[in-house]
Design a protein around this ligand. Structure first.
Ligand code: AMP
Length: 380
């Protein structure tokens, strides 16, 4: 008999985990997601849904009673509540790993204690602390919410000291940290996996292009030197070894101007920069995540095809029902997430443009440029 898998969150990541689970029907009998949005993306591909807030204690308890194993597609789950339901279901990554990762200050402290390079940072309790931090790091700096921030929404870049109070007040009492600004050359990431038995595998380094703090494009493989690839891989493996979490993790890094690799942040879940693996690799990150949490041997992470991933985002000036783009180009795999309403910069879908044999990343990027103007949603 297969296991019943519970997922906290049923957005596009939960949707693609649920789809991967369908291909592993011997191991996974059924998927149940907990998500506040009725008819969430995962429920549209056959997952059962408990409609409730991600942090709803009763709903998490219900999910744990109905599941054999629980995982998440978002990092904002309540780690204390999850810890309290470990007797009902196995939880991977563990609530303790989640607790450390979901707080950027604890995460960076943990990495630093394990000799893994991160930008300089300090805990902030007052506007005066921000002033002191700026004295040390210089300007600009980034004031960051420690928790529940994603797609850059929890960051405030301070360019001039006049803005310190404004930046501090912007966060209205949230727990904060301050970080030295890293003038990076490139943003890269490693999708890393560790199974419950300790086996570790990493996907090849990819390059990420953000627009307004939102991931727009992932280039697999990254256009960096052999040395940077090796450094990033070593950092990712070391991170997975010390973290001891089971599952897939997205490890975002900066390549600094002097070619050092530092971790920006870790997501304890499948990651947008790993979507290319749906077509580029033998094992998608979604299957890998399931293999990891079920304690199965991890699959091959070899990049079989050069691939670029492009996110379809809601138009900035539009909110409402929309028509998905029509993209019938060769080697293009469009995946829409079934969200009914478009909102400014909302992630509505993505596509992978897969290189044919011998096609270089630069050639793929040229093709992508021609497709981009058509990769937009229109109002209905
Ligand atoms: P985050 O949500 O913390 O991952 O930040 C979102 C984006 O802000 C990153 O992808 C970077 O482009 C930028 N960013 C975050 N931290 C720093 C930093 N210390 N220095 C420079 N840019 C940063």
């Amino acid at each position: 008999m297969g296991k019943i898998l519970g997922i906290i969150g049923g957005g596009q990541l939960g949707m693609m985990i649920a789809e991967a689970a369908k291909d592993m029907s011997e191991e996974i009998e059924k998927v149940i997601v907990l998500d506040p949005a009725e008819n969430c993306p995962a429920s549209q591909v056959g997952a059962e849904q408990i409609v409730a807030d991600f942090k709803d204690r009763e709903a998490i308890i219900e999910l744990s009673k109905r599941s054999d194993i629980i995982t998440y597609e978002i990092e904002s789950g309540d780690s204390d509540v999850l810890k309290s339901v470990e007797k009902n279901a196995e939880i991977n990554p563990s609530p303790e790993t989640l607790r450390v990762i979901q707080d950027k200050f604890l995460q960076k402290t943990f990495l630093k204690e394990n000799d893994i390079a991160v930008p300089d940072f300090v805990r902030i309790n007052s506007a005066e602390d921000v002033r002191r931090g700026i004295d040390e790091y210089g300007l600009p700096v980034l004031l960051k919410a420690r928790r529940d921030a994603y797609d850059g929404r929890g960051n405030y870049k301070i360019d001039v000291s006049d803005c310190i109070q404004k930046a501090y007040d912007y966060f209205k009492g949230q727990k904060l940290m301050l970080e030295r600004f890293v003038p990076f050359k490139q943003e890269v990431s490693v999708i890393a996996s560790r199974n419950t038995k300790g086996q570790i595998k990493t996907y090849p380094l990819v390059e990420n292009i953000h627009e307004e703090n939102i991931l727009r494009e992932t280039i697999a493989p990254a256009r960096v030197s052999r040395r940077i690839i090796e450094d990033a891989e070593e950092i990712a493996e070391k991170t997975m070894t010390v973290l001891k979490g089971a599952g897939v993790f997205g490890i975002e890094m900066f390549v600094t101007r002097d070619d050092q690799v530092v971790i920006n942040e870790i997501a304890p879940r499948v990651h947008n920069s790993g979507h290319h693996s749906l077509q580029s690799s033998e094992t998608s990150q979604f299957e890998q995540h399931l293999r990891a949490i079920l304690g199965l041997d991890l699959g091959s992470t070899r990049l079989v095809h050069n691939t670029v991933m492009y996110n379809i985002l809601g138009e900035k000036s539009f909110q409402g029902e929309y028509r998905p783009p029509e993209l019938n180009d060769e080697d293009l795999y469009l995946k829409m997430y079934g969200k009914k309403i478009s909102k400014p910069l909302r992630k509505l879908g993505h596509f992978n443009l897969v290189g044919s044999s011998g096609e270089t990343v630069d050639q793929l990027l040229e093709r992508l440029e021609k497709i981009k103007p058509r990769a937009v949603v229109q109002s209905t």
